[in-house]
Design a protein around this ligand. Structure first.
Ligand code: FAD
Length: 327
């Protein structure tokens, strides 16, 4: 067995951003091991998605197409991907750790007598083998995992752990692969899509996020932070207490029970940096924290820390941003 197969996710004619992060992980394994890289998309009539896939650095793309794969079902995906994996015999199968992948990938791995090494935050080459890193205890510990057994090795990667911007461009051919599927083997009927699709805001793909915590004290003070977000052209987000209070909608919560984000800039305003918050934002490229407590844990992950009263700093920052933008 040799090679890496990355399975990409798409919906409504567009790729899920996490798919490109999974492909970045695949490229990393391919360049470290010298093995060929392929990528697959699953569905029906996928021609329109081929172009974007073909523009990435990989050896081959596959459109796994069948009328019975038009809507996602775990049965359909497992049966179709099992056939592709048997054909390609990859050493590694890499997937983004989305809700959909959580639904079908453990079963796909079990078809090969394997486990799924899920929600990886990193990987590295160690001799002839790879070491995969997962978080334990809500991100308090990082644990190294090796997969010394038989192949394939099934992996899923955490949102924000690998950077889609680091993807290498290339030119690959994408061919159709027609799995043998029978309607009687698809036992589930697709229902409404996952909740994440219904969200009106996708913080996961926002390049700038201005996030506010309990330091803001009351809801009436939120417009001050919203003005800064607007000046920066960013999305507003929050720690859990803000959303629990109903000051901002739940979909704007960042953290272990909210969204995982990886923007270029994450501004944490009056947020202490509890572990449940950090696990949702520590993939951010640059973190700027404003907090009056110089010992606040948020400063441990901050690239820039401003110790002071947010009620002085935020309006001054907004003013400076507006001035810099000539507004
Ligand atoms: C199972 C579970 C899941 C959870 N999931 C999440 C989650 O998804 N997301 C999440 O965020 N939390 C989550 N939490 C809650 C988490 O443990 C923290 O309680 C929460 O993150 C704290 O929010 P905070 O930082 O806004 O508030 P606090 O911890 O109260 O921090 C407020 C900060 O504001 C600073 N401050 C106060 N006044 C000012 C001022 N005038 N100027 C500047 N700074 C000021 C303070 O110094 C302090 O550091 C979860 C908890 C549990 C148990």
């Amino acid at each position: 067995m040799s090679g890496i197969l990355v399975v990409l996710e798409h919906r409504g004619g567009a790729y899920n951003r996490m798919s490109w992060e999974a492909l970045a992980a695949g490229q990393q394994i391919a360049s470290a091991s010298g093995q060929p890289l392929s990528a697959a998309i699953v569905g029906n009539d996928l021609e329109a998605l081929s172009g974007e896939l073909a523009s990435k650095k990989l050896d081959k793309g596959y459109r796994v197409e069948h009328a019975l794969l038009k809507d996602y079902t775990a049965d359909g995906y497992v049966l179709a991907l099992e056939q592709l994996v048997k054909k390609l015999e990859p050493e590694f199968v890499v997937l983004p750790h989305t809700y959909q992948v959580r639904d079908f990938a453990p079963r796909l791995a079990a078809r090969f007598g394997q486990v799924l090494l899920a929600d990886l935050i990193g990987l590295r080459k160690d001799g002839d083998n790879f070491v995969f890193v997962r978080q334990l205890f809500q991100g308090k510990l990082n644990a190294d995992y090796r997969h010394p057994g038989s192949r394939p090795c099934f992996l899923s990667v955490q949102a924000g752990a690998f950077r889609a911007e680091s993807l290498e461009a290339g030119s690959a051919s994408v061919e159709s692969f027609a799995p043998q599927l029978d309607a009687s083997s698809i036992r589930s009927k697709p229902d409404a899509p996952f909740r994440e699709a219904a969200q009106t805001v996708d913080l996961g793909s926002a390049p700038i996020i201005v996030s506010v915590g309990r330091g803001i004290k009351e809801q009436d003070n939120l417009p001050m932070v919203e003005e800064l977000a607007q000046a920066l052209g960013g999305e507003i987000a929050a720690s859990r207490p803000i959303c629990d209070n109903g000051w901002l909608p739940m979909e704007r919560q960042v953290g272990s029970s909210g969204q995982t984000v990886s923007p270029k800039l994450y501004l944490a305003i009056g947020i202490s940096g509890a572990i449940q918050h950090l696990v949702g934002m520590k993939g951010s490229k640059t973190v700027v924290a404003i907090n009056k407590d110089e010992n606040a844990p948020i400063f441990e992950v901050a690239d820039y820390g401003i110790v002071g009263d947010l009620f002085d700093i935020v309006p001054a920052l907004t003013e400076a941003v507006k001035k810099a933008k000539g507004a």
